[in-house]
Write a protein that binds this ligand. Sequence first.
Ligand code: ADP
Ligand code: ASP
Ligand code: MG
Length: 416
Amino acid sequence: MSVSPKPVLVMKFGGTSVAGVERIRKVAALVKREVENGYDVAVVVSAMSGETNKLVAFTREASPLHDAREYDAIASTGENVTAGLTAIALDAIGVPARSWAGWQVPIKTDGVHGSASILDIGTEGIKERFAQGFVAVVAGFQGISPEGRVTTLGRGGSDTSAVALAAALGAERCDIYTDVDGVYTTDPRIVAKARKLDRISYEEMLEMASLGAKVLQTRSVEVAMIHRVKTQVLSSFDESIGDNLPGTLVCDEDEIMEKRLVTGVAYSRDEAKITLVRVPDKPGIAAAIFSPLADAGINVDMIVQNVSDDGRTTDMTFTTGKADFDRAIKVLNDNAADIGFTRIATDQNVVKVSVIGVGMRTHAGVAQTMFRTLAEKGINILVISTSEIKVSVLIGADYTELAVRALHTAYGLDAE
Ligand code: ADP
Ligand code: ASP
Ligand code: MG
């Protein structure tokens, strides 16, 4: 007699949720409850909090210019420890469990060491274990390259391991357990009046994540959106969880009844501003600047061009991530003859603040409210960029909290 397979649930636990053996015992109890609810469970774990930073610091100490393959060999190891410990903690409370490193699953990725993308996940081994009544514990953040070497998926990448595994296993849902009980209108660590959202659309979550809300890795939201994985963010610290799904569900826009103009405010300190002073104002100049940067794999984000008094030259200002800053300056100096600027002015003490909401598609005035609110606080806007569902401004980093709080209030997002 064939038995119909059980529904699958993927449960991911972040660094603070597995910070020590005591915390891992709590994780095991949460997993046990879902096993008793009738699920085949695949658990994805991060390294203990702080562990990956420590490993990365070791690689830099050994040599600042290390091979990215060895960075991955080292940075990936924190997850091996927590995967094994979680399997042991489950076994200890009577839940049979086995752990897998990324390569054992296998989680196949491309060869972009340090920020690899998942190409394919083999699910045979895990499904066999499910059939024998085991929980599968998978080390997050890791994969294996086409050359057979260990890769990592970029910082925060365990979220992506979990969502991709949920897609591959056809899971009913992917639950992301972290240290906050959901996605908030803005980072609850800097705005006390931030409000928890019951639901957020894939598109809005994608913008929130890519504009700085690190509660989910951007790529995990992309994978969730493409494969329509129902993803829920919830806390592993809240004892009452699990019964009535009190977290935040990331879902399709049309599954959200409440209509709002702005859904959230995000900020990113990972910004650096570069101005090329007095470049010739002629066709091809943008290409001369941005092509070599693109060829070097440097992402340029906000761009603004000011025409100068003489009408023949222009200042070109743009932003990159802080990690790309030094390389960007080198590329610009290497191409100085082709571009033709008088000097480069830079500022790394800047922050990008963004307001996000699908309501902007159909309502005007969102940007004006932003500019007026910042003006009232005496905050100077350095660069502006917009898309269909967000407006971003670059401002001095000292104003981050003031700006985020003022915007949160201005759009009526404050909790009562
Ligand atoms: P984990 O280790 O579980 O992956 P992270 O530190 O990566 O956890 O992500 C959770 C953190 O994201 C929270 O502690 C919170 O400070 C931060 N965060 C930033 N923006 C938001 C937001 N809009 N909603 C919820 N959390 C946010
Ligand atoms: N441990 C990895 C990191 O700190 C991956 C993760 O936590 O998602 O970036
Ligand atoms: Mg994270």
